[in-house]
Write a protein that binds this ligand. Structure first.
Ligand code: UT7
Length: 332
């Protein structure tokens, strides 16, 4: 096996969530639900909604935050990868729109579609570009405007999601003990009918009928996804710990995709982690799809809860199915 020369480390972070808050009381006042049901079944208390604008606006603002906070010159960025299932348009890629807005004049890039596992898959891809030695600065963004594909009369789904974006910058480090150490990532199309937006692609191009049948909205069989997510996320995270000889004492934080507090709690429990070692902000933002994991990383880093050398396990499960776990050592 070829030994790698460089490790890929996160050297800068940024985030953006819109100002408008939709709390559970709003849903209680508009549909057959209660604040209590939403809080106890999901852990969500409120979520952010972008009223005007698109996913590229969320992604651009998160990136501008990163560039300003860490004094990064956008012209030095080599690659931009945006994980999203709510691109501004099917094409051109949202990466092109963000590239132009931030002035990353020497970059190439693309969008990556892996739903709630999008950030994890984009992070792995970006790390491979860095580890190969081919690129020095890779921007990985998780961004979704979920409100653009929600049916606000469907109580099963609309209460779950929110809008947001967060970004990380990957760079080379010669200290191989920092940065991404190991991952297990998986897909299985057996889940294709359980969580999807069936209209608008080449299978069901837009027609009056697709609109009437609400095929341009997200559909989820929540119970079916819950059952596999709770097992999938816990198993893959636990197996990654074992593969890397990590005990629960070694791990500073589990950084789980924020879909449902009950799934997060089950994963932390399987890994033997106390709840204070499990990152959580689902109460404030709900499920922002590709943005959940980087939003957690940015918030916990900025308030001083993660420090250099901390061992983190990122973990996600989502539509596809897509799922996986990555083990990294924080480098800043
Ligand atoms: O991020 C991508 C992956 N996605 C996930 O991981 C999400 C996985 N699924 C879930 O998080 C949960 O399944 C939900 C939060 C979506 C639903 O929770 P649940 O405990 O699985 O509820 P359920 O679907 O079994 O529904 C129980 C009852 C049903 O009523 P009946 O059929 O028992 O009469 C639902 O109609 O709760 C009802 N229900 C609601 N009641 C009040 C569903 N949504 C609501 C609601 N308010 N908003």
């Amino acid at each position: 096996m070829k030994t790698k020369k460089y490790s890929a480390v996160i050297t800068a972070v940024g985030m953006y969530v819109p100002d408008k808050v939709l709390d559970n009381a709003y849903f209680e006042s508009t549909m057959d639900t209660t604040e209590e049901w939403i809080t106890t079944r999901t852990g969500i208390k409120e979520r952010r909604i972008l009223e005007n604008g698109a996913t590229s606006d969320l992604a651009t603002k998160a990136t501008e935050d990163l560039l300003q906070q860490h004094n990064v010159n956008p012209e030095e960025i080599d690659v931009i990868i945006i994980a999203t299932v709510t691109p501004d348009m099917l094409f051109p890629a949202t990466a092109c729109l963000v590239q132009e807005r931030i002035g990353a004049n020497n970059a190439w890039g693309f969008d990556l579609s892996a739903a709630c596992s999008g950030f994890l898959f984009a992070y792995q891809t970006g790390c491979a570009f860095i580890e190969s030695g081919q690129y020095k600065k890779v921007l990985v963004i998780g961004a979704d405007k979920m409100s653009s594909i929600l049916d606000y009369s469907d109580r099963n789904s609309c209460i779950l999601f929110g809008d947001g974006a967060a970004a990380v910058l990957l760079e080379q480090s010669e200290d191989l003990n920092l940065g991404l150490q190991n991952s297990t990532l998986r897909i299985d199309g057996v889940g294709k009918d359980k969580l999807l937006m069936s209209g608008g692609g080449s299978l069901n191009p837009p027609t009056h009928e697709t609109v009437d049948k609400k095929m341009h909205y997200l559909y989820q069989d929540g119970k079916a996804v819950f059952k596999v997510a709770v097992i999938g996320m816990a198993d893959v995270s636990y197996e990654l710990m074992q593969k890397n000889n990590l005990t629960s004492d070694d791990i500073a934080f589990l950084v789980p995709h924020q879909a449902n507090k009950r799934i997060i709690d089950a994963t932390g429990k399987r890994m033997g982690l106390d709840s204070d070692k499990v990152m959580m902000n689902i109460d404030k933002y709900g499920n922002t799809t590709a943005a959940t994991i980087p939003l957690c990383l940015v918030e916990y880093y900025r308030d001083g809860r993660i420090k250099k050398g901390d061992k983190l396990i990122l973990s996600a499960f989502g539509a596809g199915y897509t799922w996986g776990s990555s083990y990294l050592v924080w480098a800043i």
